[in-house]
Ligand binder design. Structure first.
Ligand code: B12
Ligand code: SF4
Ligand code: SF4
Length: 305
């Protein structure tokens, strides 16, 4: 499929009428009632602000637009003591260069195209994969990640309410990706057995990114050797048949020098280090680099042992 692109990044979108907000909320609430969702504190914190409801700032909202941008896999060479460590930087842990303004401009002027209407960005307040799959934008992999034909799972999802009534109200049943029919690779390859198959919902309390994308200690039960990327986890996506083509589009950031890697590992966090790493691997903005570096250090230590 030929997708349009913005700043060289492919995108795809669908729109759903706000009449489906209650159905979307019920999808989530029913799972909650069934008791299949983990009660892990961090996971519950992520879920606590999510609600499919008309936003107060746009009381006349008519449609919800869900937008996916294709975010490729990245790598960077970290140099240390004469060795080179080729390290994965998975999507969406780095800045792909798309600004909020670029996306708002896209939604208003290319997708909606009618002057005089408003949008409200709601990316953090909704269960985006659920919305994407219900809208027909993508399907669920058995690993609970959303896939789009021709883009795989390397996506960043966004959502916008608008008071323009979009022509299309795209509404679909919850669908699993066709590739999954005869495949259980992700179940077998998940290092913590977080993917259960039945129930379909993963056990988020066992999912590696729940621990390595925030500060803090890793749990006792977690084998440190399962870490393989600087942030997050790629074990259920990397060799997934649904990503066979996407994986070939992987790219590389500029090398992280011997000096930079050593400074990071030694906890020598200077303003210069913040700005050079922010420029090279794009994982954080300089404004919060000082808070981000300890997390990078902790994760990198496990990869260069
Ligand atoms: C909380 C969260 C996490 C948590 C929990 C993950 C989880 N699966 O819930 C942690 C920190 C572990 C995490 C990890 C990752 N995350 Co995350 N995460 C989120 C967040 C903030 C909310 C997700 C959520 O609502 N979960 C609640 C569960 C209940 O919803 P769900 O996973 O969609 O589950 C649905 C299915 O199970 C379905 N279902 C139930 N039964 C059945 C039966 C059948 C047959 C079918 C088909 C479906 C089905 O119903 C559920 C919804 O009601 C979103 C951002 C957002 N605002 O949505 C990003 C988001 C989902 N994460 C994202 C990414 C990229 C990841 C990682 C791949 C990062 C990485 N490389 O390590 C991993 C993947 C882990 C995994 N296997 O899911 C992307 C997803 C992109 C994509 N292609 O789908 C998002 C959308 C961020 C973004 N802006 O792009 N994440
Ligand atoms: S590894 Fe197989 S079962 Fe898992 S998401 Fe990919 S295609 Fe589906
Ligand atoms: S992201 Fe890693 S830990 Fe989480 S389900 Fe996938 S393979 Fe398992």
């Amino acid at each position: 499929m030929n997708y349009p692109s913005i700043k060289g990044i492919r995108y795809y979108y669908k729109s759903v009428s706000v009449e489906h907000l209650d159905d979307l909320q019920e999808d989530f609430d029913s799972l909650n009632r069934e008791g299949v969702l983990s009660n892990h504190e961090t996971y519950r914190y992520y879920l606590s602000n999510k609600k499919f409801a008309i936003p107060e700032t746009l009381p006349d909202a008519k449609s919800l637009i869900v937008l996916a941008t294709s975010t490729r896999m990245m790598y960077a060479n970290f140099h240390l003591q004469g060795r080179v460590y080729d390290i994965m930087i998975p999507p969406p842990y780095y800045d792909d260069g798309l600004l909020d303004e670029d996306l708002e401009d896209l939604v208003l002027n290319t997708i909606i195209q009618k002057p005089g209407y408003n949008i409200v960005k709601t990316r953090d307040q909704l269960h985006l994969k659920l919305l994407a799959v219900r809208s027909g934008l993508g399907t669920y992999g058995r690993n609970n990640i959303c896939y789009i034909d021709g883009m795989g799972s390397f996506l960043t999802l966004h959502a916008y309410y608008t008071n323009y009534k979009m022509d299309s109200d795209s509404w679909h049943s919850l669908k699993m990706m066709d590739h999954c029919e005869n495949c259980t690779f992700c179940i077998e390859n998940c290092p913590t057995k977080a993917i259960r198959g039945d129930p379909f919902v993963i056990d988020a309390s066992k999912c590696l990114p729940l621990y390595n994308e925030i500060d803090g200690e890793f749990p006792e039960w977690m084998d440190r050797s399962i870490h393989h990327s600087i942030m997050g986890c790629m074990k259920c996506q990397y060799l997934c048949p649904g990503n066979k083509e996407e994986i070939k589009r992987a790219d590389r950031f500029e090398d992280v020098s011997e000096e930079e890697t050593s400074m990071l590992l030694n906890g020598d966090f200077t303003e210069d280090l913040v700005s050079s790493l922010s420029f090279k691997i794009k994982m954080f903005d300089t404004s919060y680099g000082m808070e981000y570096l300890p997390r990078l250090k902790r994760n990198l230590e496990l990869l260069v042992k």
